[in-house]
Design a protein around this ligand. Structure first.
Ligand SMILES: Nc1ncnc2c1ncn2[C@@H]1O[C@H](COP(=O)(O)OP(=O)(O)O)[C@@H](O)[C@H]1O
Ligand SMILES: [Mg+2]
Length: 266
C-alpha cells in the first residue's frame, strides 16, 4: 500500500533561548492509505502540535510533511488553505458545528465553501452509516454530544478528504458514548476507505485503531513510526502492554500507560 502521509524530521519549536519549548523534535512518521492510526501520549507531549502540522494549520520550524505525495509547506498560505479544505477532514473535541445551521447544512458546508456541488449519494451514505437520517433537520443544540460528534464526523467525510484528523474526538463524551462514536468512525472509515489519524487519552479507544503511535516529549516513542507489515510484532507488543494495563485498571501497567490513564477524559 502507498503511504498517504509522511513526515520527515518534523520540528516545531516555540519561543527561544532558555524558554524554548520543543513541542516536536524530529518526528518521522508514515501512515498508509486507509490506515486508522491512534496517537497517544501524556498531556503536553506534542500530539496536537503534530496534528496541526499534518493538517497544515501551522508551519513547522523544520522538516517536511507530505500528503498524497505533495510537500504541503512548499505551498503559500492561500494554496495551503485550499489544500486543507480539499484534503483534510478535521474532527475536534468540541465538535465546532455552526449553531444556526441544521445537521445537513453543517455536513455539506465545507463542500459548498469549496464551490463544489454536493455528491448527494455520498452524503446520504455517510448520514445513513452514522445513524443520522432522522436528525438532518435538527439544529446542533437539539442533539446530544454523541450525536453532535457524529455530525462533525460526517462533515469531515463529506468532501472525501485524503486524511481525517481527529483531536480527542471523544474527549467530551461519556465512556459508553465514546465507544459508540468511535465504532461508527471506524466503520465509516472502512466503508469509505478513509485514512484516519486520531489523538486520544483513552487506551480503550486507542485499541480500536490499526496502530498505536506513542509520542513522548515531541518524539515518537518505541519506534512504531513506520507503517506496514514489518512492524506488526512491535505493535502487538504495544497492544499487549496497553491491554494488560487496561485490564488491571491501568495499575501496574507501563508507567506511560499509567500517565495516560490519569489524564484520560471520558
Ligand atoms: N502556541 C504555542 N505557544 C507556545 N507553546 C506551545 C504552543 N502550543 C503548544 N505549546 C507547547 O508545546 C508542547 C506540546 O503541546 P501540545 O502539542 O498541545 O501537546 P498535547 O496535545 O500532547 O497535550 C507543550 O509544552 C505546550 O505547552
Ligand atoms: Mg492536545
Amino acid at each position: 500500500m502507498a503511504s498517504i502521509l509522511k513526515t520527515t524530521n518534523l520540528k516545531k519549536y516555540y519561543g527561544s533561548g532558555d524558554t524554548i519549548v520543543k513541542a516536536l523534535d524530529g518526528v518521522d512518521l508514515s501512515v498508509e492509505d486507509g490506515e486508522f492510526a491512534a496517537i497517544v501520549g501524556t498531556s503536553g507531549s506534542g500530539k496536537s502540535t503534530l496534528l496541526h502540522m499534518i493538517g497544515g494549520l501551522d508551519r513547522p520550524t523544520a522538516g517536511d510533511v507530505e500528503v498524497d505525495g505533495k510537500k504541503i509547506f512548499t505551498l503559500k498560505d492561500d494554496a495551503l488553505t485550499i489544500f486543507r479544505r480539499r484534503k483534510i477532514g478535521f474532527v475536534f473535541q468540541n465538535y465546532n458545528l455552526v449553531p444556526v445551521l441544521n445537521v445537513y447544512e453543517n455536513i455539506v458546508l465545507p463542500v459548498e465553501l469549496d464551490g463544489n456541488s454536493v455528491d448527494k449519494a455520498h452524503i446520504e451514505g455517510i448520514i445513513k452509516t452514522l445513524g443520522l437520517s432522522e436528525k438532518v433537520s435538527r439544529l446542533p443544540n437539539q442533539l446530544s454530544g454523541g450525536q453532535q460528534q457524529r455530525v462533525a464526523i460526517a462533515r469531515a467525510l463529506a468532501a472525501k478528504p485524503a486524511i481525517i484528523l481527529a483531536d480527542e474526538p471523544t474527549g467530551n463524551l461519556d465512556s459508553r458514548t465514546s465507544l459508540d462514536v468511535l465504532g461508527l468512525l471506524k466503520v465509516t472509515g472502512e466503508k469509505f476507505k478513509q485514512t484516519i489519524i486520531m489523538i486520544t487519552h483513552n487506551e480503550e479507544i486507542a485499541q480500536m485503531a490499526d496502530r498505536i503511535i506513542r509520542i513522548e516529549d515531541g518524539r515518537i516513542a518505541g519506534g512504531s513510526a513506520e507503517a506496514g507489515k514489518n512492524a506488526d510484532s512491535r505493535y502487538a507488543d504495544e497492544r499487549i502492554a496497553a491491554g494488560t494495563a487496561a485490564k488491571s485498571g491501568f495499575a501496574g501497567g507501563k508507567p506511560e500507560s499509567g500517565r495516560i490513564a490519569g489524564d484520560r477524559r471520558v
